[in-house]
Design a protein around this ligand. Structure first.
Ligand code: SF4
Length: 204
């Protein structure tokens, strides 16, 4: 059986300059405060089969990029992810594919590196501050070297971007540290507006 998605939507904002199909996969290895997609993380929604996403991505003439998002795509079977991307590309070789990830599974990214056009990698706090990263992601015992490795794997691919929500608990110094770190990378970094999600059960 192939991948099972939760839903998809069309966006002109996610991939700069392109109309993209954003396809959402369930599950995540983090429990971030104010997660916008917490219902995907906890699996409260139903499923659609990958053939439906495949058909929409490859046959809708408006779409010129496919984004695999979530939840966290890299918690899924890497062979299934790879096979799905290959299937998409074999039907429409012009379609660009990006994976959105929290960067905690670099080995899965490595497995996908030669079939995708880039990654959107979250940098949720300075990589020198494990306590702050664990607070932000609601996850203990993090190895932040894994995020560094993911940043490095993604760097320089045509669609790669790095993203940080402007969490209110990050200080100016924290933001500057992330800015300094990403200044040394060739792919762009975006500091995004923080939007509260009061209903998120991971806020406590
Ligand atoms: S990484 Fe965090 S924000 Fe992203 S889906 Fe998982 S819990 Fe939500």
């Amino acid at each position: 059986m192939g991948l099972r998605f939760v839903s998809y939507t069309i966006s002109s904002k996610d991939v700069p300059g392109r109309w993209s199909l954003i396809a959402f996969l369930p599950g995540c290895n983090f429990r971030c405060r104010h997660c916008h997609n917490w219902r995907l993380v906890t699996g409260e929604k139903g499923y659609i089969f990958e053939r439906e996403v495949l058909q929409e991505a490859t046959q809708n003439p408006v779409i010129d990029a496919l984004v695999l998002s979530g939840g966290e795509p890299t918690v899924h079977n890497p062979d299934k992810l790879r096979a799905f991307v290959e299937r998409v590309k074999s039907r429409n070789s012009q379609l660009k594919v990006r994976i959105d990830t929290n960067g905690y599974n670099p080995q899965v990214m490595e497995r996908l590196l030669d079939v995708v056009d880039g990654f959107a990698v979250d940098i949720k706090s300075p990589l020198s501050k494990r306590d702050l990263y664990e607070y932000t992601t609601g996850t203990k015992g993090l190895d932040l070297e894994r995020i560094r490795e993911s940043v490095s794997i993604a760097n320089g691919l045509p669609l790669t971007i790095y993203r940080t929500p402007r969490y209110p608990w990050l200080s100016e110094e924290d933001v500057e540290e992330i800015r300094d770190f990403t200044d040394s990378l060739s792919s762009p970094w975006f500091l995004n507006e923080f939007v509260k999600v009061p209903s998120c059960p991971f806020n406590t």
